[in-house]
Each structure stands twice: as C-alpha cells, then as structure tokens.
Design a protein around this ligand. Structure first.
Ligand code: NAD
Length: 311
C-alpha cells in the first residue's frame, strides 16, 4: 500500500475511472466535485463496479475489491483534495473557460513539485495552463473511454512544462497499467481524435455518395481493419505484409497517393447525409435499445480485454 495521495477533481464518468485505476495500484485517492450528490453517486458506482469486476475475475492489482474501495475518499473542498497530492487529475466538463478557472484555483493549493494533469479531450495544454504560476507542472493526460478496458492515454506537454513532468507521468501511467503515448507537439485533437475523425470523415463521404451503407461501413471496420488493429497497429501491419517498409512503398506508394488524393474536402456533419446515417443506425439499433446495446458493448470489451491480457 502506498502513502502517496492522488487528487481527482470532478467525479463524472472519467473522474470515477481514474479514481479506480489509481486505487487499484494502491494509491490513496481523494475525489472532489462541486456537486456533492455526484460525489456520493460516484462512490456508489465505484463500489458496484469493483464488485462486478471482482466477480468476473477482472480486478486489477493485488488488492481485494474492498481494499481498493477503502483507498478512495471524498474531500469537502478543492484545497483538501489537492494540498497533499503529488499528482492531480482534473476531469471537469470540456469547457476551456471552466478548465482555466478550475486550474487557476488548483494553482493556489498545489505544492510546487506536484503534477497537475487534465483529462481534456481537445483543449491544448498551453490554453489551460498559460496564466498559472505552476504552469511548468501542467500536462494533458487524455484517457480513452472506457479507461479500464482501453488503456491508451495521450500525454501532451505545454511548451513550458518541465521535461521531468512528462517522464514521471509516463512512468506513473505504466505503473497503474495504462499505455501512455507522448504527443511531441501541441496538436488540435491530439492523435486519437484526429484518427477517429479521419475515419468518420471518409465514412461520411462514402455513405453520402452511396458507395456503401452505414451497416456495411461498420462491418469493414469491425470485421476487417478492426480485427487486427485490436492487437497490431497499421504501421507494423504494413511492415509485416511486405518485406519491410521499402518494399511496401515500392509496391503501393503510387496507389495509396492516388486514392488519398481522391478523398475530397471535409464537410460539416449536417443535412441529408446526417438523416441518412441516423436512419440507418436506428434500423441497426432502435433508440430505445441504446442502453441494452451499451451493456452488450461493455461485455464484449471485457471479453476482448481478457483475450488481449492473455496474449
Ligand atoms: P462528466 O460530465 O461526466 O463529469 C464532470 C464532473 O465535473 C461532474 O460530476 C461535475 O459535477 C463536475 N464539476 C463541474 N464543475 C466542477 C468544478 N468547478 N470543480 C469540480 N468538479 C466540477 O464529464 P466526463 O465525461 O467525465 O468528462 C470529463 C473530462 O474528461 C472532459 O474534459 C472530457 O472531455 C474528458 N474526457 C471524456 C471522455 C469521455 O468519453 N467521456 C474521454 C476522454 C476524456
């Protein structure tokens, strides 16, 4: 068991997940939320989730579910949450002004050697941290949802972040069982969302132009590309498919370039194509069945996590 404390600010979906990940690794966790009822709800949810993970043999770390739960407590004030924490993970809603306000307050209470991390999905680190006295201790630590089953986290420093903050955070993420990647330069959307939007953008154009249905496009991903992407990335895949990247380039570079040039301009996702996609999705999963389908997805993610952990 560790004596170090991690502060978790905001107890929504992502804050809760972080609390569980740090507790599983033996850290003491202090959660703070401006809405006390959300904090109570978060604790109840965490308890249920830990029991459920235990039942399914998926608990992380060496501690029992009850031991992990007992590592997590709530704080009455932001100051109490962060003043003794060596690492603070902020998870308030995705609004730049709100994040700046919360970090300005955090700035007053943190120790000069603590690390101040934000889960932001798309706000650049320099925007959130510019005016902070401790801006050299700030870093974006963007998780994938759900963090328990999709362990990749994007780490992105601001230009003024101490280099050791990146190093310590990378090591901490590995220690709690996540898979950190370093984003070397501030880039809108970091990398995961740029990729996600590239796929959605090309899907949008192909569906708009009647090249493929929504259902079949999703089959291309889940039974085609996705099968191997669950355990091997596209660069290694190409590397293996030919005798290395030089051969891959000799064989395919012209074709890839030709196809890439035909992609077309990005479009805002509104209008008749949107209605078409919504209509086809409703045929696959009626809106009143969304909750059932989410539960089905989480069960499949669990099974996949088990399979990959055993590799
Ligand atoms: P959420 O709405 O579920 O939770 C936000 C919580 O913050 C709420 O409980 C709210 O009461 C609390 N809060 C609001 N103002 C606060 C304040 N001033 N101080 C303390 N707490 C406050 O949101 P979420 O989905 O957990 O997202 C949190 C962050 O994580 C966002 O930046 C989001 O972009 C990022 N993120 C979300 C996902 C996702 O899929 N949900 C994935 C990766 C990253």
């Amino acid at each position: 068991l560790k004596t170090e404390i991690v502060g978790v600010v905001g107890s929504g979906l992502i804050g809760r997940s972080w609390a569980m990940l740090f507790a599983a690794a033996g850290y003491q966790v202090r959660i703070y939320d401006t809405d006390p009822s959300r904090m109570c709800h978060a604790l109840e949810e965490i308890k249920l989730q830990l029991r459920d993970l235990d039942k399914r043999g998926l608990l992380r770390g060496e501690l029992t579910a009850d031991e992990q739960f007992s590592r997590i407590s709530t704080a009455a004030t932001l100051e109490e949450c962060v003043k003794d924490s060596f690492y603070i993970q902020e998870n308030v809603p995705e609004d730049a002004e709100l994040k700046k306000k919360v970090h300005a307050e955090l700035d007053k209470y943190i120790r000069s050697n603590s690390i101040l991390a934000s889960s932001t999905s798309a706000i650049l680190p320099s925007i959130i941290s510019e005016g902070l006295a401790h801006r050299n201790r700030f870093i974006v630590v963007h998780p994938t949802n759900p963090p328990f089953y999709a362990p990749m986290v994007e780490l992105c420093s601001a230009p003024w972040t101490d280099p050791e903050v990146m190093e310590i955070t990378r090591a901490l993420m590995k220690e709690i069982g996540q898979q950190p990647v370093t984003i070397n330069k501030e880039t809108d959307g970091f990398v995961l969302n740029r990729l996600q939007y590239a796929i959605l953008g090309e899907g949008w154009r192909l569906i708009r132009d009647n090249v493929i249905s929504v259902e079949d496009f999703d089959i291309v991903m889940k039974h085609g590309l996705g099968r191997r992407y669950a355990f091997m990335g596209p660069f290694e895949t190409a590397y293996l498919n030919s005798e290395g990247w030089k051969v891959y380039s000799e064989r395919y570079a012209d074709m890839i370039y030709r196809i890439q040039r035909s992609f077309g301009e990005p479009e805002k996702m509104v209008g008749p194509t949107l209605d078409k996609i919504q209509g086809e999705c409703e045929k696959m999963v009626p809106m009143e069945k969304l909750q059932d389908r989410r539960q089905w997805r989480d069960r499949r993610l669990t099974a996949l996590a088990k399979l990959i952990n055993d590799m």
